[in-house]
Design a protein around this ligand. Structure first.
Ligand SMILES: NC(=O)c1ccc[n+]([C@@H]2O[C@H](COP(=O)([O-])OP(=O)(O)OC[C@H]3O[C@@H](n4cnc5c(N)ncnc54)[C@H](OP(=O)(O)O)[C@@H]3O)[C@@H](O)[C@H]2O)c1
Length: 293
C-alpha cells in the first residue's frame, strides 16, 4: 500500500474504505470487525464515515467495533463529516459554529473514540459562514478532538473562503469523480488542488456501481472502454477505473464503497497499473461528456 502524507502529522492510505452503505449490508458487529481487520491487513488503514450515514447508525456500528476492539481503532485513520441533517424526512444543511462543535462531540461519543484523525464539512452549505465554520474547526483541533480538518464537495470559492479562516489548514476536499462525472474539472477545483498540492479523496469512483450495472449509454460506453483497456493490461475493467483516477497529477485517494474485500483488492491492484497517456484520454472521452478540441 502507498500512504499519502497529507500534513506533517497525518498520512492516509492511498486506497480508502468507505462506509456510507454500511447499514444496507445488515452485518452484525463480528462481521464488521472482520471486514475492518481485512482492510487493515491489506494496508487500507483509512476509513470514511459521516454523521448522516444511516442517520448516525453507521458511526454507532463502527463505534461498537472500536469499543470491543480498541486496538483496531489505533491501527486506523478515522474520517468523519458534519453538516447534513434530517428533520422528519426533510434534508437540510447546518454548518453553524454551535452545530459543528456539538456534532463532533456527538460523533466521538457514537464512535467510542477520543479523537478523529480527519474531520470534514460534508457539503457546500448555501447559508455558509466561513468565519463561523473556521472558528469551530480550529477550536476542535486545539481541543485535540480532531487531528486535521478539511471539506467535501466544496467549489473553489467556498474552499478558498474557509481556508482563509482556518489559517490555510484545509488538507483535503472529498469530491465525486469517475469517468461519467466531471463537476470538479469544470469548476476549476482539480486545477486548484493540483496547484496547492492538496490530495482529494474521491467518492463514487465507480459511480456507485452504475458503471458496471447501468444500461444508460454513457455508462455502457465507459464500461466497454474500461474492459477494453483492462484486456490490454490483463486486469478487470474495475481495476482500470481506479488506475485512471490515480494517474492524475493531483494524486487522488479513491474511497471504495463496496461490501466485498475482493473489490477492495481490485482497487489495490490498480496501484500497479501503468496507463499510457492516450489510454487516460480514451477513458476521459468514453462517456461522450468530454470532447477534445
Ligand atoms: N462526501 C460525500 O458527499 C460522499 C458521498 C457519497 C459517498 N461518499 C463516501 O465514498 C464512499 C464510496 O462511495 P460509493 O459507495 O458511491 O462508491 P462506489 O465504489 O462507486 O460504489 C459502491 C457500490 O457499487 C457496487 N459495485 C462496485 N463494483 C461493482 C461491480 N463491479 N458490479 C456491480 N456493483 C458494483 C457496490 O456493491 P457491492 O457492495 O456489492 O460490491 C456498492 O454498492 C462511501 O462509502 C462514502 O464513504 C462520500
Amino acid at each position: 500500500m502507498e500512504y499519502m502524507k497529507i500534513t506533517e502529522e497525518l498520512s492516509l492510505s492511498r486506497i480508502i474504505q468507505g462506509f456510507w452503505r454500511l447499514t444496507n449490508w445488515e452485518w452484525n458487529i463480528k462481521t464488521l470487525e472482520e471486514f475492518i481487520q481485512g482492510c487493515v491487513d491489506r494496508g487500507v488503514t483509512t476509513l470514511d464515515t459521516a454523521e448522516i450515514y444511516g442517520f448516525a447508525q453507521c458511526e454507532t456500528q463502527l463505534g461498537r467495533v472500536f469499543q470491543k476492539n480498541p486496538a483496531l481503532r489505533n491501527q486506523i485513520q478515522l474520517v468523519s463529516k458534519t453538516g447534513i441533517f434530517n428533520k422528519d424526512g426533510f434534508k437540510y444543511y447546518d454548518t453553524s459554529y454551535e452545530r459543528i462543535k456539538a456534532s463532533c462531540k456527538e460523533s466521538l461519543q457514537r464512535l467510542c473514540c477520543d479523537h478523529l484523525d480527519l474531520y470534514l464539512i460534508h457539503r457546500e452549505d448555501p447559508c455558509f459562514s466561513p468565519q463561523e465554520a473556521g472558528k469551530a474547526m480550529l477550536e476542535l483541533k486545539k481541543e485535540g478532538l480532531v487531528r486535521e480538518i478539511g471539506v467535501s464537495n466544496f467549489d473553489p470559492f467556498k474552499f478558498q473562503a474557509l481556508n482563509e479562516f482556518t489559517e490555510e489548514q484545509l488538507c483535503t476536499n472529498q469530491i465525486e469523480w469517475n469517468p461519467c462525472c466531471f463537476e470538479h474539472f469544470d469548476s476549476g477545483m482539480m486545477d486548484m488542488l493540483t496547484q496547492k498540492g492538496i490530495h482529494p479523496m474521491i467518492w463514487s469512483s465507480l459511480a456507485g456501481g452504475k458503471i458496471f450495472t447501468s444500461q444508460d449509454e454513457p455508462y455502457v460506453n465507459v464500461r466497454k472502454k474500461l474492459e477494453e483497456v483492462g484486456n490490454r493490461h490483463g486486469v478487470e475493467g474495475e481495476v482500470i477505473a481506479y488506475a485512471w483516477i490515480m494517474y492524475h497529477p493531483v494524486k487522488a485517494m479513491p474511497i471504495v464503497g463496496s461490501s466485498k474485500l475482493s473489490r477492495l483488492d481490485n482497487a489495490i491492484k490498480a496501484l500497479d497499473v501503468k496507463l499510457e497517456r492516450w489510454e487516460w484520454y480514451e477513458i476521459y472521452t468514453a462517456s461522450g461528456e468530454k470532447r477534445l478540441r
